[in-house]
Design a protein around this ligand. Sequence first.
Ligand code: SAM
Ligand code: SF4
Length: 575
Amino acid sequence: METTKRCFRVDRRQISYVKFILEAYDNVAVMSTLDSREAVIQVTIAPGCETMVDGIIQGLAGEIGVMPVEGAPAAGMSGKQAIRMPDKMKQVEIEPKGSLFQMKEKLLYISTIGCQMNVYDANQIAGVLAPMGYTGTDTIESADMVIVNTCTIREKAEQKAFSFLGRLAKIKSANPSLIVAVGGCVAQQEGDAILKRMPHVDLVFGTHAIFRLPEMVRRIESSRCRIVDVRMSDTIEFDAPVDGPLTDGQISAFVTIMRGCDNYCTYCVVPHVRGREASRHPDRILEEIRMRVDRGVREVTLLGQNVNSYGNKEGLCSFSELLARVNGIEDLGRIRFTTSHPKDLSDELIDAFGRLEKLCHHMHLPVQSGDDEILKRMNRRYTRSAYLEKIDRLRAVCPDIAVTSDFIVGFPGETDRQFQATLDLIETVRYDGVFAFMYSDRPNAPATAFSGKIDEPTKKRRLQALLDLQGRITREKHQAMVGQIRRILVEGPGREMESGDADMASSRVQWTGRSSSNHIIHFAVPEAQRDKKELLTGAFADIMIEGAYAHSLRGRLIDGPIMATPGKGETSVAA
Ligand code: SAM
Ligand code: SF4
């Protein structure tokens, strides 16, 4: 049967969802491709249907600005695809009847190693590939494409990525049509060396190349070529809000507000693999958060390597101003952010903890070391006393604020005395939790060339001493919370308890939520509410803390309302 093809360009910002339905004619298919702002829709038109399709397109043109595209349709466009658009302004429903144009579903497996930034990137990757027919799978064996989203912050993370990639060789030889792609920081760092080292890899894409992925994947699908794209840019070229997939009942999401870093700490690879610091426009950030909130998200974590310098370079608003705008988003319950560089933590931001009711009472403020000489050689540009002053200011403004931090042990030249200064700082601050790492050399990081490297057994011993000390402090702080009431955002059915507990064990349904201070709290659901899952996930509830574990707390849902719309005091469920 002869068909003709037409292409139309649609402004993505104006529509939320395009789905073509042609009741009377079976043979009409729709396909889309996404770049940052627009979707090109290709319509395959069955003989005799031209006039009708033209009529529909003209109708759409009047309403949503659909424009004919000159030239041939893009290669590889066929079948049917529904595309999601960022703004919910119009919903046009036109869908082909019958199975003739059912697009073959393609399965995508993404393996993510590393920080929250990588988790966000994975979501973005899934979002840009969805319009090409890729949907997520949990099994590598069933996948049409595997993407390894890598991290190189420490040596171990990089080794993990290479070992996973190595295992994919066997899977690819059993399934030669599988596309194997490597993204993230290792991809950026190693570039085409990965293609040379690993013949089973088809695509290496760097940290700035995510929006170019659809085009690259299309080329690989059609010609089985091998591609490396590690181009970087000092500014954010594509700033489209991401509407990646949400898992069932997901109530918390990451939103990147800036990328890269200009701080050049001497141990750190980030500026070399994520590029110069660049901030997203606040309007795009707000748009993205609203989109997530519309789909059920109640809590966002704003991400950046140093959120405190958000917008400075571009002359956008300050980070505190951005927080105030996010705070105004209706139906958003909570705001978190990470990471803050201590040197840039402003009084204005500290004061925001006293002002913005949705801002969670938690500050992650990585200090790295408690010794001034080490801090200087790390190029951190603050002193121990300046850091402690900021903690005091935070606690003065927000007395119940939880403070957590990052530490590196065994930095080149670190003496026992200097390490003791770190332990002493931990005793002084009494953190609510810490992440601690053994120093490792990273490519291009200046400390790699520093003398006085610390041997592995000493690093391990210091790491253990630090974790033991913090473990004791955490247990003491958890114990002190017993008897207090904490409001939590309910995340859903919880995991197993950390240790046996008669009350909890007898309660078949255990749930988990987080307090504003980011403490994980497990609780039992009363009999009357056991069938009302949807009423709990994403709601706020008050919990009486009754028990403390090493990494979490246990409590009881206290009598009173559970709030589905936090902050407004409206009740939806009575416990
Ligand atoms: N931008 C944040 C900051 O300034 O603290 C953190 C970025 S980094 C992704 C997370 C943590 O990894 C750092 O805070 C540091 O503790 C650790 N880290 C970075 N480079 C490291 C290295 N070469 N060896 C060990 N740990 C490292
Ligand atoms: Fe790395 Fe320092 Fe930038 Fe954090 S602030 S990403 S540790 S260079």
